[in-house]
Design a protein around this ligand. Sequence first.
Ligand SMILES: Nc1ncnc2c1ncn2[C@@H]1O[C@H](COP(=O)(O)OP(=O)(O)OP(=O)(O)O)[C@@H](O)[C@H]1O
Ligand SMILES: [Mg+2]
Length: 275
Amino acid sequence: MYEPFYGLKEKPFGVTSNPSYLYLSQRHQEALSCLLYGIRERLGFIEMTGEVGTGKTTVCRALLDQLDTRTRSAFIFNSNLSELQLLQTIVDDLGIRTTSRSKGALYAELNRFLIEQLAAGNNVVVIIDEAQNLSLKLLEQVRMLSNLEAANEKLVQIVLVGQPELRDKLNDPRLRQLRQRIAVRYQIKPLEREELPRYVGHRLSLAGSNGSGPIFTDAALDSVYRYTSGIPRMINLVCDKALLTGYVMDQREIGPELVVRAISELEGLTDESRA
Ligand SMILES: Nc1ncnc2c1ncn2[C@@H]1O[C@H](COP(=O)(O)OP(=O)(O)OP(=O)(O)O)[C@@H](O)[C@H]1O
Ligand SMILES: [Mg+2]
């Protein structure tokens, strides 16, 4: 509701992962390049981890946009699946038409598809987001998928994406076979302080700010950074709230006091509740 007040066309700091708002920080660019490299070079398993809200899903979506037409992909974002459901979802997402419903038949269909794609000079990638939630049993099943190998060529590249718990899970001795196969690992870190003005400015300009829109002062950004430690989702939450607070207080310039107030409200500490 504050958009017209600041001359914006839409809310700049939404918390859904919107690919058109992608800001390639150095870390996000590196993550993307690592994933693309692992996939293009057919390295098999690739792991990307990062704290909650650092932009893992955003990078996955950017990755899907950047894959060439010779790469077939499946993006699994629901990790709460049974073995059969996981296999079924991968098969469906790759566009393999099948009426089979048994594990063995799906596995055979997938195998046939992978060999076909290799023969056609295509590559296949399966991205599994929220992989920290997969059980050891399911992770072991994922490893089995990569057993489909022809003449030393990896038929399928599997990208495991998740919170740091994923790394701990993969360190479990029971998963050592899988761990040994991971060829590329990347850990996304939060934004650096110096990247914050670019991140915020990027979102403001995409939301339609033409320079006469809201301005976050440098001191305000210091406060944002201190509270969020550079985690994009947190930055979005705080900046959105700060814009709302500025609107309510009729201030287009966002200074640190507005940010502090916004943070208090986010934490449920309004003036009334503090009194
Ligand atoms: N590089 C980026 N450019 C623009 N926005 C970003 C970027 N990285 C993260 N964001 C924003 O931060 C929020 C969180 O990002 P995302 O959902 O990708 O994080 P995540 O690491 O997948 O989080 P979780 O651990 O909860 O799955 C989203 O609103 C997203 O738009
Ligand atoms: Mg995510």
